[in-house]
Design a protein around this ligand. Sequence first.
Ligand code: DGL
Length: 268
Amino acid sequence: MDNRPIGVLDSGIGGLTVASAIARILPNEQLIYFGDTAHLPYGDKSKELIREYTLSITDFLLNEKNCKCIVIACNTASAAAYEFLRDAFKGKVPVFNVIDPIIEAVVENNSLKKIGIIATKTTIESGVYQEKLSRRKPGLHFSALATPLLAPMIEEGFCNDSISKAVVHNYLEQEELHGIDALILGCTHYVNIRREIDEFYNGQVILFDSTDIVAIKLKNILGKEALLNEGTDRAEHHFFVSDYTSSFQKTTELFFGREIKLEKKKLE
Ligand code: DGL
């Protein structure tokens, strides 16, 4: 039994979709969430810069908050910095990304032929989904589309309204995405507009996102490594931001169903 907290990071509110799935599937675990709002969006930043930011956050989560593992709850940071962080903290704590569990889920479905991927520019340019999927399952076809407006739109609170509907339709109508039988929501922010995407396709396209599947993977690995907190007390989560935004406050309260006191932490 290990009652240290789990560290979860993202550029902003996107990772809250993953954090709330972890809180539901692992209710005894305490979460320390870090939203790097001062550097948002990550999706148009270079790999080098994202590595620098996520290294500072991970240092904070391990050295100041004593976390037992790190969940990179961001596709862009998973694409740009996962191997880097995993190797940097090898032998100290396990580091999880949100891409590999999606790869597993897609590979398990044998009916898929053409997979669409929507994500930030940095994730799409990395080619990480296509590369990992082709290695596991040769013969799949891909259509990848960068959708850079979506994360800032969601971060600003535009979800399930006429603005988000227009933007979502505009992207999904692009020719690149015609004829797909599954769509990977390759950014943790997009879970907030999953319903709109599903409505666009009338439920006819299978959607993959990184919420429950990441939480289940985390549960299995922490279990195997004897890192689960098997106590019965419900732990209190903490939420850090590198810059205060009211939309972050609102969304966190919405996800966790209670009043939240955001803590501000300037990154070194
Ligand atoms: N939520 C993030 C992702 O999964 C980052 C979005 C952004 O900051 O651009 O890619």
